[in-house]
Design a protein around this ligand. Structure first.
Ligand code: PAF
Length: 282
C-alpha cells in the first residue's frame, strides 16, 4: 500500500494509474476503522481495479466541539488494517492539504429540504461540512466509484445530491450496514461506549426491528410514540425517531402500504450520539 500525504502526489500517482486502469474506487473515512469500513474496501476491490481510501477527521462537519475532540483516533491500527485488507493507496492528508485557503468555506451547497430535517436539523452545518470535504477529496482523487455505508442513509443522499450539484460523473455505491452480534450498528463512535453501554445500545436496533415487524398501513403515530417511549424508558435521549419515505426522507404519518419507508433514529447514551436506520419494504 502506498501512503500519500500530499494532494499533488495523489493527483500525479492516479494520473499514472489512469494510463492502464479504468476504474478507481474511493472510500473516504475519518479513521477509527472497523468492519463496516473494511466491507466498503472489499466492495471497491470487487468492483474497481484500484482502491484508494482516505483518512481525515474533518473539523468542519462537527457541530459540537467536544464530539470533534473526542473523535476516536487509531491511526496505527487503521494503516495496518488497510494494508492487510489490500487497499492500494491511502491518502492521509493534514488540514492544509484539504483546506489550503482555510476552513471557512466560500461555497454553499444547495441541499434544500435534506438539510432541514433529521441529522440536518439536529446537527446544523454538518452536511455543509460533509459536502465541503467530500467535494475537495473528489477533486483530488477523481474516482469512478464512491463507496458509502447505508448506516449514514441521509449522508448518502446528501452526497448523491453533491454529485448532481457538481456535475460529477461518479457512481455512488451504498453498502449494507454491518452489525455486532447483538444488532448494534458498527460505528467508530462505539469505541466511546463501555461494555455495558454496548449491550444497552443493542436496544436501538431492537426498536427499529420492532417498528418493521409491527408496521401496518394507516396511522403511524402510535408506532412512533411507542418506539420513542421504549427508548426513553431505557435511558436513551432521542434526538429523533422517525418513519419516512426512503427516497426523500419526508416523514410519513399515514402509510398507504405501498411507499418504501425507512425508520431512522438518533439517540444519546450519555454524551455519545448514535444513529441507525432500517429499510421497510413490504
Ligand atoms: O462518513 C464519514 O466518515 C464522513 O462523514 C466522510 C464521508 C468521510 C466525510 O468526512
Amino acid at each position: 500500500m502506498i501512503i500519500l500525504k500530499f494532494a499533488a502526489d495523489v493527483i500525479s500517482q492516479l494520473k499514472k494509474v489512469r494510463l492502464t486502469k479504468f476504474s478507481i474506487g474511493f472510500v473516504p473515512t475519518m479513521g477509527a476503522l472497523h468492519k463496516g469500513h473494511i466491507s466498503l474496501l472489499e466492495k471497491s476491490k470487487q468492483v474497481c481495479e484500484i482502491t484508494i481510501c482516505s483518512i481525515f477527521i474533518n473539523p468542519t462537519q462537527f457541530n459540537n466541539a467536544d464530539d470533534f475532540k473526542k473523535y476516536p483516533v487509531t491511526l496505527e491500527h487503521d494503516i495496518y488494517t488497510l494494508e492487510k485488507n489490500g487497499c492500494d493507496i491511502l491518502f492521509l492528508p493534514d488540514i492544509t492539504e484539504i483546506y489550503p485557503d482555510g476552513i471557512i468555506s466560500k461555497k454553499h451547497f444547495d441541499l434544500g429540504y435534506l438539510e432541514t430535517i433529521l441529522e440536518g436539523k439536529y446537527r446544523p452545518g454538518h452536511f455543509q461540512g460533509v459536502c465541503q470535504v467530500v467535494n475537495r477529496l473528489l477533486e483530488i482523487v477523481d474516482p469512478t466509484h464512491l463507496f458509502m455505508g447505508q448506516k449514514d442513509h441521509q449522508q448518502c443522499m446528501v452526497i448523491k445530491r453533491l454529485l448532481e450539484l457538481e456535475n460529477l460523473n461518479i457512481e455512488p455505491i451504498i453498502c449494507p450496514t454491518l452489525r455486532e452480534e447483538n444488532g448494534l450498528a458498527i460505528s467508530s463512535r462505539n469505541l466511546r461506549l463501555n461494555e455495558q453501554q454496548r449491550e444497552e445500545a443493542a436496544e436501538i436496533y431492537k426498536t427499529l426491528l420492532s417498528i418493521k415487524q409491527k408496521i401496518k398501513p394507516g396511522s403511524l403515530h402510535h408506532l412512533k410514540k411507542e418506539a420513542e417511549e421504549y427508548l426513553i424508558k431505557r435511558n436513551f435521549k432521542p434526538d429523533y425517531i422517525e418513519i419516512a419515505e426512503a427516497n426523500n426522507l419526508k416523514p410519513v404519518n399515514e402509510w398507504d402500504g405501498i411507499a418504501d419507508l425507512i425508520a431512522v433514529v438518533a439517540v444519546f447514551i450519555n454524551d455519545v450520539r448514535l444513529i441507525d436506520n432500517i429499510l421497510i419494504k413490504d
